[in-house]
Design a binder for this molecule. Structure first.
Ligand SMILES: N[C@@H](CCC(=O)N[C@@H](CS)C(=O)NCC(=O)O)C(=O)O
Length: 324
């Protein structure tokens, strides 16, 4: 495992190298901004790695601060587990968060949204997330699991995946659930058209996958049955096109107010429920990540730090750079 660890001095020289390239290049502002962000991310990874080393040296007393376990990488790369997922899917993001918090190396397999064969061959239906844990012996089949919370429970309770039960259980708080419910339709209206319109998400790289998503995901006020009853696909397509063409200002103002209310009930900028990082964060952050695909949303400072801190801790990126 040691040889996979970042070497501090090597990473520093990479950072300096990227900064140098930035200084001598005449690249566009966007490219420069992105490269700078990469430099900053790499630098913060160096810091995180150092902090981790320091915290493992000092046997500090139990605090609410989450101690990320050391990187877990199987010696045999064929044993690295694979998560079959869609990038936009909050249930998939739950699993990515848990794997990230636990620092478990994994393969991310982004399925096309119209790919029925891959998930069906593993679990008998089209669904994501699906996790495949390769078997260690030739006589045994790989373990294939679906259901986000079952997968998380499995990796939280099995010592092969490092320290167990590093996340606190779900608190059962109803305010967070109610908040999520209160924005469900609003977010559906804003997020769904953007997922396909960016053309950048891995599951929507081809027209068939974008059309499969549109055919299966109604926009309010239509429900699933009304959507399916529509005469032809061009009707659904034009509703999506209209949703992108319409001015989103009113909906975004409503969302901004909702985020202010959420900011009040999120406990601090590293976890949402008093006591420490928990399954509440797995559920809430996975949903909130999707909001970052919407441009011009005003995030309250504390909530924004919560988003950024957990993105960094779990190594799951936000959508800010492709927001529209
Ligand atoms: N309860 C499941 C829900 C999974 C789920 O609904 N996934 C969606 C994607 S977000 C899905 O695969 N839907 C079927 C489809 O897209 O065809 C879990 O927590 O894993």
């Amino acid at each position: 495992m040691e040889k996979w660890k970042y070497n501090y001095s090597r990473l520093s020289s990479i950072t300096v190298g990227i900064l140098f390239l930035l200084l001598i290049s005449n690249g566009e502002a966007l490219t420069t901004a992105r490269a700078l962000k990469t430099v900053l991310r790499l630098s913060s990874e160096v810091l995180a790695e150092k902090t981790l080393e320091e915290s493992s040296k000092s046997s500090s007393s139990k605090t609410e601060k989450f101690a990320k376990p050391p990187r877990l990488i199987p010696e045999d790369p064929s044993l690295i587990p694979s998560l079959y997922n869609y990038d936009h899917c909050p249930f998939c993001v739950r699993v990515r968060l848990a794997l990230g918090f636990k620092n478990i190396k994994h393969n991310l397999v982004f399925m096309a949204n119209d790919d029925v064969h891959t998930p069906t061959s593993m679990v008998g239906k089209k669904i994501a997330p699906i996790m495949r844990f390769p078997s260690e012996s030739a006589d045994e089949d790989d373990l294939i699991m679906m259901e986000s919370m079952d997968i998380i429970e499995f990796i939280e309770n099995d010592e092969r995946f490092g320290p167990t039960n590093v996340l606190r259980p779900a608190s059962g708080r109803t305010d967070l659930k109610e908040w999520q419910k209160s924005v469900r339709l609003l977010l559906r209206n804003l997020q769904r058209p953007r997922y396909v319109a960016t053309g950048l998400l891995p599951e929507f790289q081809q027209i068939d996958s974008r059309h499969a998503f549109i055919a299966n995901h109604p926009l309010p006020p239509f429900d699933k049955a009304e959507w399916k009853e529509m005469e032809d696909f061009s009707q659904q397509l034009s509703i999506y096109a209209e949703a992108m063409a319409n001015d989103p200002t009113c909906m975004i103002e409503e969302l901004n107010a909702k985020l202010v209310a959420l900011d009040d009930i999120v406990y601090c900028d590293t976890y949402c429920t008093e006591g420490g990082l928990s399954l509440d964060d797995i559920d809430l952050w996975a949903r909130l990540r999707s909001i970052t695909i919407i441009a011009d949303v005003e995030w309250p400072d504390g909530l924004r730090r919560y988003m950024d801190n957990l993105a960094e801790l779990a190594d799951v990126s936000l959508y800010d750079e492709l927001a529209m």
